[in-house]
Design a protein around this ligand. Sequence first.
Ligand code: SAH
Ligand code: SF4
Length: 359
Amino acid sequence: MSILSSAVTNLTVKEVEELVESLGEPAYRANQLLNGVYQRLAVSFDEMTDLSLALRQKLEKRITLHTLVPVREIKSRDGTVKILFGLADGKTIEAALMLYAAGAGRPRTTVCLSTQVGCPIGCPFCATGQQGFERNLTPGEMIDQALYFARRVRDAGEDSRHNHITNIVFMGMGEPLANYEALVQAIVVLTSPRCFGTSPRNITISTAGLVPQIRRLSREKVRVGLAVSLHAPYNALRNRLVPLNKRYSLEELIPACREYASTTGRRVSFEYVLFAGVNDSLSQAGALVRLLTGINCHVNLIPANRTADSAFQPPSRTMVLAFEQQLELAGINCTLRLSRGQDIDAGCGQLRSSFIAGM
Ligand code: SAH
Ligand code: SF4
């Protein structure tokens, strides 16, 4: 096993069972180990006192409990926490925690996870996209971001409304569907009642639009929510904003989204980040209406986060409201939320908790 994969969170449930068996232990020990890692959120094998000392020592020699360590933290005035994690090979990723008070529903404690170091898609407005691509994360590196925040909210102890993770969104650094197998393994573990136990209903994957993987995801047993980063209502503009559109155009993407909704029974969300003078005109709102009419979907409108690139700035509030109104008048389901954590640059230079709020 390499330095990157030798963690217990990189194992499937079956592999944990095999590990326990290979150490000459009875099968029920696998459940105790899973319970220690995912429910009790242990930080060392020593804490798993229901395991014998001999087994804890054997585990210590064979496997690690951690794939990442927090190296920096920033807290926003609205309570959003962004963490920079260091990985075993010295690379870094970001993840964020967002607390939402009870609005229409229950209070939500949401984590936003990264799936890659950097990103191969290269959207010009995105801080991660401008960093280039370094590597895929392992399943354990994705899961450990969630476990870190789960421990943190449990141990904070001061806010009983936010003492466990209720929602997981894959909207941090990277293109989740470009790291497909690892992503699905992480989701299977995170949703398994024997492990972290998050309901698939409360998990959302955001994608720039990898069409074959959207179709494949619609056939997986775990049915998670899908958010598609649209940002433009026609190809010429989308080619510029989301370069992946040159490979999978709107003529392929939109039918794949329809198929996702009909196969999984889950409404697809479209993310539309508004950039002043780029994609925020009323005629573009009209084109968006024409593109989406008749699709069982929800649109999340998000004024852009300011980045270093002056070509991609947020529109005025008046423009944003006029755009929203045009969609609403046409009967398109949409939400406009101003960003969280803006004073700390949200997360990942592009972590978009505003549209996460609706999921
Ligand atoms: N790669 C995936 C998921 C990570 S990006 C995707 O693109 O969907 C998560 C979201 O942040 C995407 O909708 C992306 O377009 C958005 N985003 C990136 N940079 C942004 C910025 N400067 N302002 C607002 N949203 C941004
Ligand atoms: Fe990658 Fe998403 Fe950023 Fe585009 S917006 S570069 S797909 S992380």
